[in-house]
Design a binder for this molecule. Structure first.
Ligand code: CO8
Length: 263
């Protein structure tokens, strides 16, 4: 499939999607969203891919939000369809079985922040800025930001950010737990890829189980979450990777996870 608004490549079992409309600070128009959604479908179907990394072209923006030129012309029905399309795509991103890392290389605003919030974790460049500035346009976030941001940083900070539209710097975003690591602009992708490689070398079954258990556990009470963990632990135990991992430890060698999804 040919893409014009994103760059999609897979190398050494790690997929990289680069939002690629640098003249508009990688703003999300309908075509970009369609391509992003199609790339996510390809990734979901390709069992060779172990990790997905998202970033933006250039060193100024990850994604500066929905394309306001396009957005400004929507009638309410078009706005509803666009919001639903964005939410379906971002849900698809969040539900990918593999780990997803956002390499936020500049502005992550509106829909751009909402994409980053749906990733498993975020590394950011020193010049990154996060925000949901829709209120300054007379709007509210429409791609899940009012729901994911309070779950990540608490409702009071989320409300202040949504009510004022003000941005958080990379350092502020790290302070509130939104960002795991701040990197120099030059090193951001290298650092993210290094972490992606560490993850990619782990067992596929256990990685998928870990992500699923953490995500599902966040939506239920602690005891139910621990019960979900027990079942997933047992499933991991039956995998070829668990046999390899435990044998490697006992034989004092490095585990060589083949990445089979077979039990
Ligand atoms: N849409 C379209 N074009 C954009 C966008 C955008 N979101 N952001 C930047 N651009 C364009 C600018 O228009 C400019 O184009 P040109 O060179 O042709 O004039 C170019 O990118 C460079 O931008 P600036 O000159 O503005 O660069 P600055 O460094 O001065 O400012 C900012 C950078 C602060 C990022 C500024 O561009 C800005 O505030 N952008 C808008 C950010 C924003 O409000 N984003 C939220 C959009 S709404 C949203 O995301 C809602 C999602 C859910 C929608 C679902 C409902 C339908």
């Amino acid at each position: 499939m040919e893409f014009n608004n994103i760059i999609f490549k897979v190398e050494n079992e790690i997929a990289l999607i680069r939002f690629n409309r640098p003249k508009a600070l990688n703003a999300l128009n309908q075509d970009l969203l369609t391509e992003f959604s199609q790339a996510l479908d390809e990734i979901a179907e390709n069992e060779e891919i172990r990790v997905l990394v998202l970033t933006g072209t250039g060193d100024k923006a990850f994604v500066a939000g929905a394309d306001i030129t396009e957005l400004a012309k929507f009638n309410p029905l078009e706005a509803k369809l666009f919001s639903r399309k964005g939410q379906t795509t971002i849900n698809k991103l969040q539900e990918l079985a593999i780990p997803v890392i956002a390499a936020v290389n500049g502005f992550a605003l509106g829909g751009g922040s909402e994409i980053a919030l749906a990733c498993d974790f975020i590394y950011a460049s020193e010049n990154a800025n996060f925000g949901l500035p829709e209120i300054t346009l007379g709007l509210i976030p429409g791609f899940g930001g009012t729901q994911r941001l309070p779950r990540l940083v608490g409702s009071n900070l989320a409300k202040e950010l949504v009510f004022t539209g003000k941005m958080l710097s990379a350092a502020e975003a790290k302070d509130v737990g939104l960002v795991n690591k701040i990197c120099t602009t030059n090193d951001l992708l290298k650092d993210v890829m290094k972490t992606a490689r560490v993850i990619a070398l782990k067992g596929k079954v256990s990685l998928r189980a870990a992500k699923e258990v953490i995500n599902n556990g966040l939506n239920v009470d602690l005891q139910t979450g621990c019960n979900i963990e027990i079942d997933a632990f047992a499933v991991c135990m039956a995998s070829e990777d668990a046999k390899e991992g435990t044998s490697a430890f006992l034989e004092k060698r490095k585990a060589d996870f083949k990445g089979s999804l077979k039990g």
